[in-house]
Design a binder for this molecule. Structure first.
Ligand SMILES: [Zn+2]
Length: 225
């Protein structure tokens, strides 16, 4: 398992509440609600979730927390023991915090995952947050290409909230669902980068899944530096 120092800190077993607050520079919280049973079963997929983030967005740190709360522009992680409703709201420092399963913070190059999620949902949350991170560095034409292939009206018709109907949420869910077929045991479509640019969702998402997209982005950045 890759190094996850913050997770170790929170796995120490203390019952003392410890909340770290980080200012969020992205707009909106990027949170996706993921209620689910805790805990022991999650342990077996945690290393896979972390490895997935490391591969898809190698520049991002991964923070795992038994509980994860969000307010727009803020993130809190805590090792409080889990005793309450998964969709609870806690008050701390006069703020109301909603619990959530994962967060992406491109400004801090950080992905947060709640260990409150179930073993599968921590994986799909990781994939979802990875897309948010990746998209922050993608060329606009590539983002447009995803928009072109994903039927936003159909995608948002299953969700009732303005938050879930945002284009960036629709794209992140599309990648999450695409990865879901791999989590269900289906083979990942292999896309070998040709001379031409990617044109289909399978090509773009396949490049993201394999880490190829991240490698290309990092190579471009080195050239630019
Ligand atoms: Zn999201």
């Amino acid at each position: 398992m890759p190094d996850v120092p913050i997770a170790r800190r929170f796995a120490a077993g203390s019952t003392t509440s410890e909340i770290i607050e980080l200012p969020m520079v992205m707009s909106g919280s990027g949170a996706l609600m993921r209620p689910g049973p805790v805990l022991d079963p999650v342990k077996k997929t945690l290393p896979r979730a972390v490895a997935l983030v490391r591969r898809i967005v190698p520049w991002a740190s991964v923070t795992l927390a038994p509980r994860l709360y969000t307010k727009p522009y803020w993130t809190a992680v805590t090792h409080e023991r889990i005793t309450t409703d998964p969709l609870d709201i806690v008050t701390h420092d006069d703020r109301e915090w909603e619990s959530c399963g994962g967060l992406a913070n491109p400004g801090f190059n950080a992905v947060y995952l709640s260990m409150y999620s179930g073993p599968l949902s921590i994986l799909s949350t990781a994939a979802h947050e990875c897309w948010h991170m990746l998209e922050d560095r993608l060329a606009p034409w590539m983002v447009d290409l995803v928009d072109f292939h994903v039927d936003a009206e159909a995608a948002s018709s299953y969700w009732d909230t303005e938050y879930h109907s945002r284009p960036e949420e629709i794209r992140a869910r599309a990648f999450e669902v695409w990865c879901g077929r791999i989590f269900a045991g289906m083979p990942a479509p292999i896309y070998a980068r040709a001379e031409s640019e990617p044109e289909t969702l399978d090509e773009i998402f396949g490049m993201a899944w394999s880490g190829q997209l991240a490698q290309e982005l990092e190579a471009e950045q080195k050239v630019a530096a």
